[in-house]
Write a protein that binds this ligand. Structure first.
Ligand SMILES: [Zn+2]
Length: 665
């Protein structure tokens, strides 16, 4: 409704002054405008024929009678509006149905039907710019839905239920299937509905109950929504409802309607609506509507919808997550509506993220873990999805899945405090207004003091997987993946431990819960370190984590086996000297890296120094001293080669240590 621009800036006093100035100018120039037809579309890039130009609706005052048996709807619509240009004619949107008569300012007006849904009204007198006028349209017929909403069988607008009732729900179009409207989110208006149905039926709509009374044709139910609503946010649902009436703590009336046969779980979920609204209010600021509730169909449709103040739910979709989502839209989508449908992420990304926030607060869900689960579970198709200007027909897809992931990344990129402040203040700044993505970007930049062009390009304006700086902002680091050792592998001391993480990420490795190494991932995300050499042989469990964070990789059990012969360093400690024919001792020492357990059964072969031949047994002496023990040996090649047959063990429990001595002469 009234100039949505007015709410785009926080400086309300300045905006008010501008409004007054504009009004003054309007009066002065009104007479100079040449009356012309109002545009037949509101200029949306996806749905150019939706909505109309040249006026701004302030109120719809709609009276309908509906006969479930014949599906016949009879309506009398009064549209109160203000001309924003001098109008020789103007359009409303109405699809199907028969128009019986039109009056403008009480005088009969000419009308015609053109295109898919244009009702062209030519008043007897042209309407000067700035003039308030009312148009009264009498019509009747059997309303029909617009096929082709979300899902193959989906429809938008007036739909019938198996119970014989009916309801209106749809996005981006719905109202035009059952009443003449300016069907654009840019023109919000108050909505008052008096609906007459046979006595055995009940009718529920948006806003507050404004009376129920007996009339000739049945019972008339009056509902009044004072919070300006886009036409598609209005609804009427007719069934044999059970109404559940409550109040919020501040007195806001809550009326929910349960269709016959809906499951108890739906009613139990709806019972938490006051708690849900309190929670959302704590995140998004004051609840923007004057009433609340839910309309719970017992009819499968492929969506639930954030109809103003009282969302409408598909049968079986009355679960907590959906209720949180649709009510979050009261702030993000309804009170603050999109400027163009290409901005739909400003509705759906936020409503979808609200369920994340709810689950974090109420169920203790770790959102960082959820973020990485989403990234791990999704591939190319996910990243190909667009969150902005996704094309007509694609608005209601990726925003639900990629949207909350993007917002979680944004919260880390700008910091939690700035993010929370944005979420809480944005709805109040734009209450009853329309917004676009560029405005949102500027506002987050203003609050966070950060240039966000790179982030918005990476996540919103373009598709494809964002660069690591946007995918892993702040402390939002993935749990490193351990590639080696493999689960259950047998490895040697000092073996390589490697895997992948975010580029540049610090990775800490623990074995049996104790930190053993920290390393950094390379530019392509590869990281590598080694197991400590002094790890005891046997079973161990290894995990990796982002340095300083609790979330661990899946545990990798492995068996440490002592190192083998190749880990040994063998050295002849001095050159023996002896007279010809005399004996001497050749001392050879075995060493392993400090603390590394080594066990080898390989035979150790020694060649006698030139001029010497081995003559006797080798003795094994630990470097801690103590008596040596004989080793099993074999002499080959006439004493030129000594083969030690006993296994060599170092740094193992009970193992003696080098050096080994071998007599020779
Ligand atoms: Zn939604």
């Amino acid at each position: 409704m009234t100039a949505p621009q007015r709410w785009r800036r926080p400086a309300v006093t300045v905006a008010a002054t501008l409004t007054a100035l504009t009004f003054g100018a309007t009066v002065a120039s009104a007479g100079q405008d040449r009356p012309a037809p109002g545009a037949d579309g509101a200029g949306d890039s996806y749905y150019p024929q939706d909505g109309n130009g040249g006026y701004d609706v302030s109120d719809y005052d709609l009276k309908v009678a509906y006969a479930p048996d014949s599906r016949q709807l009879t309506g009398l619509q009064t549209v109160n509006a203000r001309a924003t240009q001098s109008l020789s004619s103007f359009n409303l949107d109405l699809r199907g149905l028969t128009v019986d008569s039109v009056k403008v300012n009480g005088l009969p007006a000419q009308f015609s039907r053109t295109g898919d849904h244009e009702l062209v009204i030519t008043p007897r007198n042209s309407l000067a710019r700035g003039l308030r006028f009312s148009a009264e349209i009498a019509y009747h017929g059997v309303p029909e839905a617009i096929p082709g909403a979300i899902g193959e069988d989906g429809s938008n607008g007036w739909q019938h239920t198996r119970s014989g009732g009916a309801f209106a729900a749809g996005q981006p179009q719905s109202a035009m299937t059952w009443y003449p409207a300016n069907e654009t989110p840019r023109d919000k208006a108050r909505f008052r509905l008096a609906v007459t149905v046979p006595d055995e039926w009940k009718a529920i709509s948006n806003g507050r109950e404004a009376g129920t009374f007996k009339t000739a044709g049945g019972t008339t139910h009056v509902w009044s929504e004072d919070t300006p609503a886009a036409p598609y946010m209005t609804t009427l649902a007719i069934d044999k409802w059970t109404l559940n009436k409550r109040q919020r703590a501040d007195g806001t009336p809550i009326v929910s309607a349960y269709a016959p046969g809906i499951p108890d779980t739906t009613k139990q979920a709806d019972a938490r609506l006051p708690e849900i609204l309190d929670f959302l209010e704590s995140k998004f600021g004051k609840y923007p509507a004057s009433a609340a509730g839910g309309i719970y169909l017992n009819e499968q449709i492929p969506y639930s919808l954030e109809t103003m103040s009282r969302p409408i739910y598909s049968g079986g979709a009355g679960d907590i997550g959906t209720i949180v989502h649709e009510n979050a839209h009261q702030w993000y989508g309804d009170s603050v509506a999109v400027d163009k449908w290409k901005d739909i992420c400003l509705n759906e990304c936020f409503a979808s993220y609200a369920t994340w926030q709810w689950e974090q607060a109420k169920d203790g869900v770790d959102l960082d873990a959820r973020y990485f689960d989403e990234i791990a579970a999704n591939g190319e198709k996910f990243w190909a999805g667009k969150l902005y200007d996704m094309g007509p027909g694609n608005e209601f897809t990726d925003v639900y899945f990629k949207g909350p992931v993007m917002l979680h990344a944004l919260s880390k990129y700008v910091g939690q405090e700035a993010f929370d402040r944005v979420l809480k203040t944005w709805p109040a700044l734009h209450r009853d207004g329309n917004v676009n993505m560029q405005e949102f970007q500027r506002y987050v930049e203003e609050v966070s003091h950060k240039d966000l062009q790179g982030f918005f390009d990476a996540w919103i304006y373009r598709n494809g997987k964002p660069a690591p700086e946007y995918l892993y902002p702040g402390d939002l680091k993935p749990v490193p993946v351990v590639a080696s050792p493999a689960k259950g592998a047998s490895v040697r001391p000092g073996a390589a431990v490697s895997g992948t993480a975010a580029p540049g990420q610090r990775v800490s490795v623990t074995v049996d819960g104790a930190a053993v190494a920290e390393t950094g991932a390379s530019k392509d995300g590869a990281w590598r370190t080694t197991l400590p050499v002094n790890l005891a042989p046997g079973q161990h469990t290894l995990t990796a984590a982002s340095a300083g964070q609790k979330r661990q990789s899946a545990p990798v059990p492995f068996t440490l086996t002592p190192a083998g012969e190749s880990a040994l360093h063998t050295e002849q400690t001095f050159v023996p000297e002896a007279r010809a024919g005399a004996n001497t001792v050749l001392t050879v020492s075995f060493a392993a890296p400090k603390g590394m357990p080594v066990s080898t059964t390989a035979e150790q072969r020694f060649v006698a120094p030139t001029g010497f031949r081995f003559t006797g047994l080798a003795t094994h002496v630990a470097d801690t001293g103590g008596p040596g023990r004989d080793l099993r040996t074999r002499i080959e090649d006439d004493g030129r080669i000594l083969v030690v047959l006993d296994p060599i063990q170092l740094n193992l429990p009970g193992s003696p240590r080098a050096p080994t001595t071998a007599p020779c002469r």
